[in-house]
Design a protein around this ligand. Structure first.
Ligand code: ZN
Length: 395
């Protein structure tokens, strides 16, 4: 009778036997091999669908509710690290451990998500506690351009310090800033004062972390920061919305598209003075009756043909775009006895026009969401449209 080996194991067995290894020994080699731990750095998107065993540390555990069918289900997600690298994970079962614990994951599933590998812990997977100590990630001096920093892990970048603000919180001093090279920008937090200042060009190594959904460089005791003689011209990452979707968002990125929609919740709004949520009738769902504060915003959809993103444009930028202040809009609304007059004016003046937009973009199950930092009308470089416009002028 033929053994119920799966085909890859029986191929493996044939290979061993052809090498002259006795059957029992070959079998043992294969079974221990299937128990072999895979290193995180060996897992790429091309291994999607494979089942792996891992020994690693749980770096972070986040929780979210997902609606599958009628009942909400809890999912856990975060990052796993070992000595070789890190990978994101999603777990569909409870994790009876804490962040920082080392574990053995048996039968974790590799899946591809946005061109990158992820580990899925599902019902078939087994989670065991491990005593193995994982230090911080091996500090390979991996040099990267900022646009190529796509995952957490240890990295070295060379760039210009675009801002460096000294702050203090709970008696802890730190520097929050932005570093940029010719491919893009990224925020950093330095817990050690290496003496650099705005305008310096430096080579800095640190740990890439995910901070509020965006990648950020954390500079600590183990980091190295030194002056660099490289001539660095700091530029923003400029890309299509489709490319931005593939990247899963980015810090201070630039896109160019058409304002396709101004959504509900745009125009004149009232906010809770404590939590800044938009409120109706001076009633905050969290803080009850409050003295609401007037504000102005646009929730818009920008589209460039390759994809779209929802963006939030705050008061200052709205005032600039529309050439009117919040006070003037409030007067308009009072005179018309209709606050909706403001969002209608936004639609008349801004809708279906092209804009160059710069902002921090995060990605979630609803798509891309940008907090706009800079917005300006795009120069129309499409010759057909310009020619069409000219013809219209002649007619
Ligand atoms: Zn509130």
């Amino acid at each position: 009778m033929k053994e119920a080996d799966d085909s890859s194991d029986s191929n493996e067995l044939e290979k061993y036997l052809s090498m002259g290894i006795p059957l029992e020994e070959a079998k043992r080699a294969i079974s221990s091999k299937s128990e072999e731990m895979t290193r995180l750095s060996n897992i790429g998107p091309e291994r999607a669908g494979e089942v792996v065993n891992l020994e690693c540390k749980i770096l972070t555990i986040n929780e979210r509710e997902v609606n599958l069918g009628d009942e909400p289900k809890k999912a856990y997600y975060g990052f796993l690290v070992d000595d070789t690298g890190s990978l994101p994970y999603t777990s569909w079962r409870d994790i009876p451990y804490e962040k920082g614990n080392s574990v053995v994951i048996k039968k974790g599933l590799v899946r591809e998500w946005k061109g990158k590998a992820e580990i899925v812990i599902n019902r078939q997977s087994v989670l065991l506690k491990s005593d193995r100590e994982f230090g911080s990630l091996q500090k390979k001096k991996e040099r990267k351009k900022i646009a190529d920093v796509r995952d957490i892990g240890w990295v070295t970048v060379t760039g210009k310090i675009l801002s460096a603000e000294r702050r203090e919180k709970n008696d802890k001093k730190f520097i929050r800033g932005v570093i940029g090279d010719e491919t893009g920008r990224m925020p950093f937090t330095s817990w050690v004062d290496f003496g650099f200042k705005e305008g310096d060009t430096v080579e800095m190594s640190g740990m890439v972390r995910s901070w509020l959904g965006l990648l950020s460089l954390s500079i600590g005791e183990e980091s190295e920061v030194k002056e660099s003689q490289e001539g660095v011209e700091a530029k923003r990452l400029k890309l299509s919305i489709g490319e931005l979707e593939d990247r899963g968002g980015g810090f201070e990125v630039e896109v160019n598209g058409e304002l396709l929609e101004i959504q509900k919740g745009s125009g004149l709004i009232v906010r809770c003075p404590i939590c800044r949520r938009a409120v109706k009738g001076n009633n905050c769902t969290i803080h009850g009756e409050v003295d609401g504060v007037w504000d102005l915003r646009i929730k818009g959809v920008l589209d460039d043909g390759t994809g779209n993103l929802s963006m939030i444009i705050g008061r200052g930028l709205c005032e600039e775009l529309l050439g009117k202040t919040l006070e003037e809009f409030k007067d308009d609304a009072k005179n018309a006895m209709d606050p909706a007059i403001v969002s209608r004016e936004m639609e008349e003046k801004l809708l279906l026009r092209r804009y160059e937009v710069i902002g921090d973009t995060r990605s979630d199950e609803f798509g891309l969401r940008m907090m706009v930092k800079i917005i300006k009308p795009a120069e129309d470089k499409d010759p057909k449209k310009i020619a069409g416009g000219l013809l219209e002028g002649i007619r």
